[in-house]
Design a binder for this molecule. Sequence first.
Ligand code: FAD
Length: 392
Amino acid sequence: DSADVVIIGAGPAGLVLGNLLLRRGIDCVVLERAGRDGLQKRARAGFLAANTVRILARGGLDGGLRRRGQEHSVCEFRTEEGRFRLDYRHLGRGEPHTVYPQHELVSDLQEQFLDAGGTILFDTEAVSVADADGPTPSVTVRDGDGRPVRWRARYVAACDGRHGAGRRSLPPGAVHRHHRDHGVTWLGLLAEAPPSLDAVGYAIHPSGFAGHMARSAEITRYYLQCERGTRPDAWHEERIWDELALRMRAAEYGPLRRGPFVQRTVVDLESDVLEPLRHGSLFLVGDAAGLISPSAAKGANLAVLEAEILAHALTDALVHGDPEPLDRYSERCLVHIWRAQEFSHWMVRLLHDASDSEGASLFQERLRHSRIASLRTSPTQQDWFAENYVGI
Ligand code: FAD
């Protein structure tokens, strides 16, 4: 079997890339390890940056989010010194987020790709990419029955996340991996409960960080900082709600609206970036290219941006015979990736007791207090925050 572009992974990166290539008449196929139903239920991101919405609109991929996405533009910080709000729609570049659950976006993108005549092979796991340093790379997959099948391509886009076949197939020394473990762990929770406040809530408390993010009128995401190594089911529901109420200072600022937790994930806050994002004819996109801590909600947004950059570059190469944009793919993406990493790193240090994340140090802790104070009081700092918080 063969296609001009073989895309591994049907997440936001793979499906945006696939849709954009298909629209330009480029022969491509998407290989996806999961089954179709499983993919449509995987709740993860929810906050889309204004630029992500523009990319999806340019590609005609924004139907669902225009109908069901909700504009969001206020965040509230609750700290030892009281609470304050930032209406970032009126700060920085004046842009809001659009709240639209990632699994709904993935469903929309899948449907559009299939309706346009695209092929997604579900239950098909890529095992390895071979001959990426030559003109005819190939991807070996295991189909639904476990049989090996080889796909030949001109280009391979690894959109298969951090543990995917794309990264695994890079020969030693082909790319450099920058890695940072922020030393912080979050318990990510989806509650079948309406939002408890009309803002994104960031609570900084001596017991640890707690976060609140609306997903819809019925579903709310919460985060609770926990010990490294905590199992997702280690805390019973009552204990989680009590801890969220304590850290979010519900007694002072209003009760939380409780409901059953329908999903629990443990996330170690880590960042890594590969450089360059290309090895011959193999390109790394989205989480395969770099992993970012969820503290600033950038991962899915970077994935969509990189997919658009690669789609243009592949079109130039395959339709116009100009390979030069492909040579610049890595460099162009890395500018955005490092900027997002810098802001996420700043957020990690803003939201966590420094003694947990960077070694017990009163000095670091005082810096964190000062950082919060600047954000609360300095209009210039607030503009900087808004630009980076929504920007990509
Ligand atoms: P993925 O979405 O991981 O898709 C990769 C696909 O490849 C998957 O479908 C997988 O099944 C498939 N695959 C893997 N290996 C193989 C293989 N060998 N063969 C075939 N297929 C394979 N980001 C934000 O921007 N905003 C947020 O609010 C946000 N919140 C988050 C909350 C949580 C709890 C988590 C975990 C992440 C969050 N993120 C957020 C990050 C975001 O979800 C990811 O960055 C995003 O999913 C990356 O998209 P992707 O397409 O690169 O990878």
